[in-house]
Design a protein around this ligand. Sequence first.
Ligand SMILES: [Fe+2]
Length: 341
Amino acid sequence: MEQKVQPIDGQRTVYKKLSLEPNEAIDNQKKIRLRPVALGNVPWGTSAPADLYLHRGKELSLLFRQNQDLSFESYAEISRGTDRLYYDKDNEVDWQSLVESNLITILESPMPTRGKAAVAYGSASRQTQKIFEDFNEEAHEAANTTVEAINKLMKEPEAIESFFELTIHDYYTYTHSVHVYLYSTMLTRAIIGDENDAFLQDLGVGYLLHDIGKKDISAEILNKEGELNDEEWKIIKDHPETGYELLKETAGNLSDEVTQIVLQHHEKYDGSGYPKGLKEDEIGRYGKICCIADVFDALTTNRSYKEAMSKAASLTIMRDSPGHFDEAMLAQFIKLATPHL
Ligand SMILES: [Fe+2]
């Protein structure tokens, strides 16, 4: 029988009656200030690091006392009604490290795939942000661990659908990197199958780090609203080569496939891309895949200078851009994405 998540001891607080701000409550005569924590940042399968509250309308209910078990069944039920819980701001909880140190337990748990995908996505975004801040051997290792965890999760039936739901965002280089890795890996698996874990792992790290050459480009240039001047455009055009050099320095020899991904992800099928203006079969398979994923994510996320387009409209635009992409590969991407839009 399904277990119901009940507030503890009927403890509910109604803000209105207490004339408190929406982010304040009274618990045991003590006024507390509430902070939200996304469900994906709660370390499910372990014990609650602080009292956790559910906030519905103007009502607040205490769901978990500190140290109480955060069961996966509870997650399944709670996630149907909300995407966050609340805790007392005075409890200084480092949610991110808690999830990071329990990641494998969470991803191997019986928690629904959607929940695991949310946890994995949050973790990958944070890790990738750190990787871009300080790229060294340790960061490269973190990229490997992130890809290993998500590639494993990708084998679960609902994973693709869950990731398509999660990739709605403003644009940051690190979330873009995670999205491009996710889309590219989905397309790669559709093209070559999902049996060769080691190969998919190598490719995954390449996809995740395809834009590492942008790590030192200023936000002014990356987010510039008007047209780039010659000097700025040169800086942008150099990022594939810079990324390739950076990766070689930290990871040693790169496979041909990772080299293709990093150096060729802005090459276009008709030769109109950069940095080399390669065309057709001069561009490797994995460079072509990464290009499709890269453009799809650029179209579907908000930038400072443009609104995000819907995923369906973005695919239509891509299909109507003859010459930019390998047509057969784009058709495969549209086929895999369409049921999840
Ligand atoms: Fe790029």
